[in-house]
Design a protein around this ligand. Structure first.
Ligand code: F0G
Length: 448
């Protein structure tokens, strides 16, 4: 606990631990280059004594901050004054118990819950983070912002930027983003820069551009974005009547969510608002499995903040030497150099998490099941169910444990993957259209 006020920024490297005012837009520790956290002086914040008290704010939902699924929990992310807070109705998402998907994943009925973050205004979980980050941008008094993206970040940035009157530039890898997402960024009025490269190339470029031109960076390097994403966990436990799940399953891309979720649970425990922390399963796509490979095979660990940087450097040097570029049908998580790697290692430690990679075939099959029996989702989100199914087969997760899978994006984000799966009969749940002549008798014959 230090600095004055309710919140401050702090370097996650325990050998550095430098602290900065919340008003600064810096994104990496100026002293040592490591990631920054938002930290709180909890003794200066009036946090409700019980989590159920947050629910009372529903009664006051004509106040936009109480309506927001992010700001309803504002005491747990108290880094800026209400006058700076931005909301466009994010976080009105649902937790659905789904027995048909449970059966597919070999879970007992009543034990599997799907958290539909695709129901956010821009169709993905990113809006949780943007509500918080754009509030910080307001507080910092910036006028232009930028991000690199596999698509959803750019859609969300573009939407929040125009609602806040900020100029937005989004960097995307040429040919690497799904059409629904690309269409949103353009429609919401962001300047779109298509770089000849993949997401990791875009991420490198945007950091340099933001530093050189003083643009506000909205990738999950931004610690305030992760503060907003913590609320996904609050809403899951709210949906469970303030009981804890046994497992949270989340796709792993740039590793912002997994990092934020670990921090959320750590803080709730520290505050005495929960008694136990659930376990977490982080699911990579097999074609972009840096985290899983580093943790499971190279034994990379948080180690009280003393992460073995050599393992990471060697790994990335090898990727470069092989000219490696990640490939998966789940384009949202097609990332080989996740910027939040170290925070994620910390979350793995907090949540006793496991990491797994799933193939594109497994993702597409799980996605078809979620579409057929649930509200649907985009490919990256379906990695959770594919991962859960494999973790059941390994008996890492028991059939009667209570599991919440975070479905991060809406099914309409990536219509091409869905249409191809069905039309080209790519899997056993393909449901292709049937060609019919323009003739009533022929059509009726086909329906019989
Ligand atoms: N699911 C979806 C639908 C995503 O768009 C992303 C990330 C993830 C999962 C992975 O989340 O990065 O927190 O591990 N999309 C980013 C983007 C990278 O640019 O839209 P993460």
């Amino acid at each position: 606990m230090s600095m004055t006020g309710t919140a401050f920024q702090k370097c996650i490297n325990p050998d550095c631990g430098a602290e900065f005012d919340c008003g600064q837009a810096i994104f990496k520790c100026p002293a040592c280059g490591e990631l920054l956290d938002a930290q709180y002086n909890w003794d200066k914040i009036k946090v409700p004594k019980k989590l159920s008290e947050f629910e009372r704010r529903w009664a006051n939902k004509s106040n936009p901050l109480d309506f927001s699924g992010v700001w309803r929990f504002r005491d747990l992310l108290n880094f800026c004054d209400d006058k700076y807070k931005v909301t466009i109705g994010e976080g009105q998402t649902i937790l659905q118990q789904n027995d048909a998907v449970a059966e597919y994943a070999d879970m007992r009925a009543g034990r599997l819950y799907l958290q539909y973050e695709g129901l956010n205004p821009s169709g993905s979980f990113k809006d949780n983070g943007m509500a918080a980050a754009f509030s910080h941008a307001n507080m910092a008094g910036v006028s232009s912002c930028a991000c690199a993206s596999t698509g959803n970040t750019s859609a969300s940035v573009a939407l929040y930027a125009h609602s806040c009157g900020l100029k937005a530039t989004v960097f995307i890898g040429s040919g690497r983003i799904a059409f629904g997402k690309l269409s949103q960024g353009m429609d919401y009025g962001a300047q779109t820069i298509q770089i000849q490269g993949d997401f990791d190339d875009c991420m490198r470029q945007v950091q340099d551009v933001c530093t050189k031109l003083g643009l506000y960076l909205l990738n999950s390097l931004n610690p305030f974005r992760l503060e907003g994403q913590k609320t996904i966990m609050y809403r899951i436990i709210e949906g469970l009547g303030w009981e804890m799940p046994d497992w949270i399953v989340v796709p792993g891309g740039n590793l912002g969510n997994s990092s934020a979720f670990g921090k959320a649970f750590y803080e709730l425990k520290q505050l005495g608002l929960i008694e136990r922390i659930p376990r977490m399963a982080i699911i990579n796509a097999a074609g972009a499995d840096t985290l899983t490979d580093l943790v499971n095979n190279k034994k990379l660990a948080w180690n009280n903040g003393k992460v073995d940087q050599k393992i990471i450097d060697n790994y990335y040097a090898d990727l470069s030497a092989r000219n490696f570029s990640p490939h998966t049908c789940a384009s949202a998580i097609e990332i080989a150099r996740p910027v939040n790697l170290k925070k994620c290692l910390r979350a793995i430690d907090i949540c006793n998490a496991v990491c797994r990679a799933v193939t594109d075939e497994e993702i597409l099959e799980a996605k078809a099941i979620i579409g057929r029996h649930g509200l649907g989702c985009e490919p990256a989100s379906a990695a959770t169910i594919a991962g859960l199914r494999n973790l059941r087969a390994e008996s890492v997760i028991a059939p009667d444990e209570r599991v919440a899978c975070v479905l991060t994006g809406h099914p309409l984000k990536d219509p091409n993957v869905t249409v191809n799966y069905h039309k080209e009969n790519q899997g056993k749940f393909s449901n292709p259209p049937i060609e019919a002549p323009n003739d009533i008798d022929e059509i009726i014959k086909m329906l019989n």
